[in-house]
Write a protein that binds this ligand. Structure first.
Ligand code: BGC
Length: 819
């Protein structure tokens, strides 16, 4: 297997040296073994293969026996993942495209391959050590027209590889080399399309980039394939698809528009302090299919195959649900998989509704030519309700089904799905009442739907409803009751696990200081209490807690692999996962990933990243799944179920509305409650209800003026109250300081604990923008005041954290330190 150097991604500037040394912690011993689990590598390859999306193909693919000239330095310097915590895995090897094509038996033109390999070796990509300053692309090798012509005399097909990366603290930008092609790349495409009759373009990128050139080149480009960033096995998977070892079966989880300006978020993305989510619920295809279908280059759900399928659907309806049996038949000449996608429409009413919304999906297994499979899917009528945040339907703060017809469409992308049935709702009906949460404080204009005289959809605007709830009252009327303090009674956490004592008996013993320690991690990243290179440790962070049986709980990034000082597998990134639309496959992969966590000493994987792809420029889109919350929620649930099947914990992040990296720790996402609930929270809700993650991470940004790590409405009212979440909530790494606007005696971590954001990670404070290796005293200071944080609230948070320790018990017992 060819070993290629991993892409360097720079050091984390906020990593600090340990401040405390704990002797003889076996898990700290540095694991220097580069051997990876072959089964995990194999499923990573299968996943990367299924994530590849074939956008166009005139029959040139698969390459078969053709001789192929491969252009573009990315064939050597392959982008396997994006930048930052979600990509910073110490991986022993990364396949590149050239090696992958040779491995797949493709007849590659050696002269050109040598030219690129030699040039690339002499012109290594330059990375600065500065966090967030990574290159969006690598400069292209200059190549003369005569060289392209010469290659065309030796090979009949060209493959051109174009690469991009973005990442944490590194949004894509509207410039050549990021969202747009560079002049050198355009020149390369000009030359190659001039000399070759068959040209295949491979886009190796974590984000959607401008693809308007696909239209401009027209039939001079024979096929375009989106590789995404598939981890260590990704390029090999792409090569396998190009060669025809496997057929493509990935589908877009985002709309690709004709131009950036077409995206409804475009005017309100990237601003430093405030981003107004003026497009409201009309995100991605919800906007395009309603208002601007002609601005779509490739619709949501699109992806070609090397074979063809016939779809025939039968529907059984009862009052509350509809069951579809879609018989998928492979009518082509080679094996393939197909994704059945179910969309619903909605009647006009008081609430403007998108023309189509994804309701369900399912993927077939590998179907041989002529073979059929029945995909069974269910759509529940109540799930089609819209959230009324204005009282427009007569009921404010409720999920409402407005009267009329809700058509159901089945197909293989959002655009071509055809109507198969409809629900009829005779009268407007409230499906579920809720309570107002996180509403905007300042009004703004949001987009909604109106009809022109001819019935066509036109954009209209309305003023977003603003907050009516008094947060202080809501908190004061729901404060928990205190568990009377008993002092140390010798109850060990193991006694609670064994059922010999209750969790309350255990918590009753804890001093204020012990309780406050459970509400923060071990001060720095790379804690000496966990495996080397960890992201932070929580739980048993003091001698006295460990003496009572509270284990240190090790967290590690992240979505694409375990980020430690030890070697680990680099897996396909989030968008590649989601583009498979294969829930069981992702769950299986995540279960093997969980086994690697066991071997490497990670208890909590800081994954999945599941923010909505609101805009194609968001730097972390590669870690996230989709512009659609149903895809996001279901793929996230698969990751959580898989990881947690090992007894460990997954940690969906970043809760919520973390949709850009620019000024991410201070930015305010101004969003209506309706859009928040229907789009930005919905994926988290699906994940929590389906998979019960043991940990959830808040985001850095503010939501309607309140930082996510202080957001009582989100962390307490919605997450725990409405969705029944019983796990631990942790912060993203460090928090912004702030006094509680309603309770002046609470600041910083006391303000956070009142919100039920349980644990500050990694645990130290941030002063003047820099992380410090000590904890603040804001919890104990506030506790000492009559009008401050109550002991009961701190006990409630301690219970949440100890619940995690107990859930992880089979694993952490073995690691529990001797007092
Ligand atoms: C990122 C998180 C990550 C954490 C720990 C933060 O900067 O936003 O996603 O899990 O660091 O590395």
């Amino acid at each position: 297997m060819p070993l290629e150097p991993a892409i360097e991604s720079g050091d984390r500037s906020h990593t600090l040296a340990p401040v405390e040394s704990v002797a003889q912690i076996s898990s700290m011993l540095l694991d220097t073994d580069p051997t990876l689990d072959p089964a995990l590598a194999e499923i990573a390859r299968a996943t990367a293969t299924e994530g590849v999306v074939l956008l166009t193909n005139d029959g040139t693919l698969p390459l078969g026996e053709r001789t192929v000239a491969v252009f573009g330095r990315v064939q050597v310097d392959w982008f396997a993942v994006g930048y930052g915590s979600g990509g910073d895995v110490k991986v022993p090897y990364i396949w590149n495209l050239l090696a992958g094509l040779r491995d797949a038996g493709v007849r590659v033109d050696d002269d050109l391959a040598t030219r690129y390999s030699t040039w690339s070796a002499e012109n290594r990509p330059v990375f600065t050590a500065n966090w967030g300053q990574w290159p969006h692309h690598f400069p292209e090798m200059p190549i003369a027209d005569a060289e392209v012509a010469a290659a065309a005399s030796r090979a009949d097909t060209a493959v051109v590889a174009i690469g991009r990366a973005a990442g944490e603290a590194r949004d894509s930008i509207l410039e050549p080399g990021s969202y747009y092609l560079t002049p050198e790349e355009s020149a390369l495409l000009d030359a190659v399309t001039a000399h070759f009759d068959r040209v295949v373009v491979v886009v190796d990128a974590g984000n959607v980039m401008d693809l308007s050139w696909v239209v401009a080149y027209g039939d001079r480009i024979s096929a375009v394939l989106l590789a995404w960033q598939g981890g260590m096995e990704g390029a090999r998977a792409v090569a396998g698809v190009l060669a025809g070892e496997s057929g493509p079966s990935g589908k877009l989880t985002d709309t690709i528009a004709l131009s950036y300006e077409d995206y409804p978020s475009a005017p309100n993305f990237g601003h430093l302090d405030v981003n107004v989510y003026a497009e409201d619920v009309f995100v991605g295809y919800r906007y395009f299919e309603t208002f601007a279908p002609d601005r779509v280059l490739f619709p949501f759900g699109h992806g070609l195959s090397y074979t063809t399928f016939d779809l025939s659907t039968t529907v059984t309806t009862d009052a509350g649900a509809l069951t579809l049996e879609a018989v998928v038949t492979n009518t082509g000449a080679v094996a393939g998989k197909e994704v059945v996608q179910v969309y619903t429409g909605a009647p006009d009413g008081a609430l403007g509704k998108p023309a189509r919304q994804l309701a369900a999906f399912g993927k077939t297994g590998l179907l041989a030519p002529g073979a059929s499979e029945t995909v069974r899917l269910t759509v529940r009528l109540d799930d089609l309700a819209s959230y009324d945040d204005a009282g427009a339907t007569g009921t404010r703060s409720a999920w409402v089904l407005e009267a009329g017809e809700y058509p159901v469409f089945v197909g293989t992308d959002v655009r071509s799905a055809t109507r198969v049935a409809a629900f009829d709702v005779p009268e407007t009906r409230v499906v579920r009442t809720a309570t107002e949460v996180a509403a905007p404080v300042l009004p703004f204009e949001r987009l909604t739907l109106a009809r022109a005289a001819d019935g066509s959809a036109v954009v209209a605007h309305e003023t977003v409803p603003t907050r009516t709830v008094a947060r202080a009252d809501r908190i004061l009327t729901t404060l928990p009751a205190e568990i009377p303090h008993t002092g140390d009674r010798g109850v060990d956490l193991a006694d609670v696990a064994a059922g010999a004592a209750s969790l309350d008996d255990f918590v009753a013993q804890l001093s204020d200081e012990e309780l406050s320690l459970l509400a923060r991690g071990d001060v720095t990243m790379d804690s000496p209490l966990g495996a080397a290179g960890n992201a932070g440790v929580l739980g048993g962070v003091s001698e006295s807690l460990r003496a009572k049986g509270v284990p240190p709980i090790t967290t590690t990034d992240g979505p694409s692999g375990i980020r430690l000082a030890a070697y680990a597998s680099l897996l396909p990134s989030g968008t590649a996962f989601a583009s498979t639309w294969n829930v069981p496959l992702i769950e299986e992969l995540a279960a093997l990933h969980g086994q690697e966590m066991l071997r490497k000493g990670s208890d909590v994987l800081l994954s999945p990243g599941m923010n909505i792809h609101r805009d194609p420029l968001c730097g972390r889109n590669f870690e996230y799944f989709s512009e659609d919350p149903v895809v996001s929620g279901r793929i996230a649930a698969a990751v959580v179920r898989g990881v947690q099947s090992t007894g460990l914990a997954a940690c969906p992040k970043h809760f919520a509305a973390n949709n850009q990296e620019t000024n991410r720790t201070r930015n305010d996402s101004r969003v209506s409650e309706r859009a928040l609930r229907e789009i930005y929270l919905r994926g988290f809700e699906i994940c929590v209800r389906e998979a019960a993650p043991r940990v959830i991470m808040t985001s850095y940004n503010q939501i309607n003026g309140v930082w996510a790590h202080y957001h009582h409405d989100l962390a307490t009212v919605v997450l725990r109250g409405e969705w029944g979440y019983e796990g631990t909530v942790i912060t993203d790494w460090w928090i912004e300081e702030s006094a509680d606007p309603d309770f002046p005696a609470l600041a910083d971590n006391a303000y956070r604990v009142r919100a039920q954001v349980d644990v500050l990670m990694p645990g130290g404070v941030k002063r003047d923008g820099a992380p410090q290796a000590y904890a603040d005293t804001s919890i104990l200071d506030s506790l000492a005041r009559a009008d401050g944080l109550t002991r009961a609230e701190l006990q409630r948070t301690a219970r949440n954290v100890l619940g995690l320790a107990l859930a992880l018990k089979p694993v952490v017992d073995a690691r529990t330190l001797e007092g």
